[in-house]
Design a protein around this ligand. Structure first.
Ligand code: GLV
Ligand code: MN
Ligand code: MN
Length: 405
């Protein structure tokens, strides 16, 4: 197949910021509604049956003549602030494209095949990553989700209601494990390991445990021109020390720490701020390492805050434990690809995915598509058209393998 798909082209303009070229597709906003409409049109064009579950996750079903457990594939359509075109949408577009490819060959799956677009995978609006799949699988309680707020204080429940969903109906799908035989998420690689291996497509092995913590430094607002340095209670200082400590601890522990999201309150140039709200994203190969990393960062935050007369509070906003993908399914995927002449290396990732959440409930696999620069969560994120096409071919092969037996 080739990657000159009208389906991909029609999604590209939605939610793209004209100045940065990055995507701002935040859950239950106008851009997100346009993405949801795009999904429903894509399903209708293919005569797939559309369902919206109680969370707002969208499903497009190719029904089979049996009630055998389904094979599902897909990803997400929301983005990080100024995200790339591929993170999420590549998996959804490839899912539809793989079904097209198989349908052209007269495919009649024995199992129902579903394409899913999960809500709020990035947690860019409500802070909790993979919220759609975590609600679906019961990892997050509906009451917790309903109360989450965005930067403007709008709750998840209010935002749901704003797009016509009913927050009172939020519930886990307790029958999911019985109704789904396997989930396969195709995703752009968010590093350049495949490029180094000379492979267009890879298979997921594991996901590093990761999470995000909100740290709030509260000081005292004051005048920048008249307050002596010794008299200040400036929350920016412990915040700055904490950023450096996070970097140092991550480097020493062989882990990753990022403090990219920050709000200075109220944020005037000629005033000391009253508070700094900051977020730590931390990831490591092992949970103990992650715990040590976070403990060291928090210790520095408390110590430095004390030194500057500032108080500090923190809370974990989002956490995903280590994920090892189902070994049997992984081997089956690798073998199915090898039979078609595709050597797909198996690799771990530090990026989070809905597949990591589904893996706790149903056998789950991931396919990664080469990203030559490895850049992601950036407008510069890119995958070559021939690699995207190879991804669709691989996904089609995997669906054929899983849905025909
Ligand atoms: C999602 O892409 C994440 O890893 O944060
Ligand atoms: Mn992402
Ligand atoms: Mn993603």
């Amino acid at each position: 197949m080739t990657w000159d798909l009208p389906l991909w082209q029609s999604l590209l303009p939605i939610g793209r910021h004209p100045a940065t070229g990055g995507y701002r597709r935040y859950t239950f906003t106008e851009a997100d509604s346009a993405c949801r409409e795009w999904f429903m049109n894509a399903a209708a064009e293919r005569k797939l049956r559309v369902e919206c579950d109680s969370v707002g996750n969208l499903w497009a079903w190719l029904d089979a003549g049996s009630d055998a457990a389904a094979v599902i594939t897909g990803s997400h359509l929301d983005s990080v602030p100024d995200g790339g075109a591929f993170d999420g949408p590549l998996g959804v577009v490839s899912a539809f494209a793989a079904i097209d490819l198989l349908s052209e060959r007269g495919w009649e799956p024995v199992r129902p095949v579903g394409v899913v677009a999960f809500v709020e995978e990035e947690g860019a609006r409500f802070g909790l990553a993979c919220l759609g799949s975590k609600l679906l699988t019961g990892v997050v309680e509906p009451d917790v989700a309903r109360g989450l707020t965005d930067a403007d204080g709008i709750t998840f429940a209010e935002a749901m209601a704003g797009v016509g969903l009913e927050p009172r109906r939020l519930a886990a799908d307790v029958g999911l494990a019985d109704r789904v035989a396997a989930f396969v998420e195709l995703h752009v690689e968010q590093g350049s390991a495949l490029d180094g291996m000379g492979a267009a497509v890879g298979v997921g092995e594991s996901i590093w445990p990761h999470g995000r913590w909100r740290i709030e430094f509260a000081g005292r607002a004051d005048h920048a021109g008249t307050t002596r340095l010794a008299d200040r209670r400036d929350p920016m200082l412990p915040y700055a020390a904490t950023v450096l400590a996070a970097r140092e601890a991550a480097s020493e522990l062989g882990a990753l720490a990022t403090m990219s999201k920050v709000r200075a309150v109220p944020g005037g140039a000629n005033g000391i701020c009253s508070a700094v709200q900051a977020w730590l994203d931390a990831r490591a190969a092992a949970e103990e390492t992650l715990e040590s990393l976070v403990a060291r960062v928090m210790e520095c935050a408390r110590g430095s805050a004390d030194q500057h007369g500032v108080t500090v509070t923190s809370r974990r906003e989002s956490f995903t434990p280590v994920v090892e993908f189902d070994r049997d399914l992984r081997d089956r995927v690798v073998t199915a690809l090898a039979r078609r002449g595709t050597t797909a290396p198996v690799l771990p990732t530090g990026a989070g995915h809905d597949a990591g959440v589904l893996a706790g409930v149903v056998p789950t696999a991931m396919l990664f598509v080469r990203n030559r620069t490895g850049v992601s969560h950036s407008p510069a994120e890119h995958a070559e058209p021939e690699d995207c096409a190879a991804g669709v071919d691989a996904l089609a092969a995997v669906l054929e393998e899983l849905a025909c037996a």
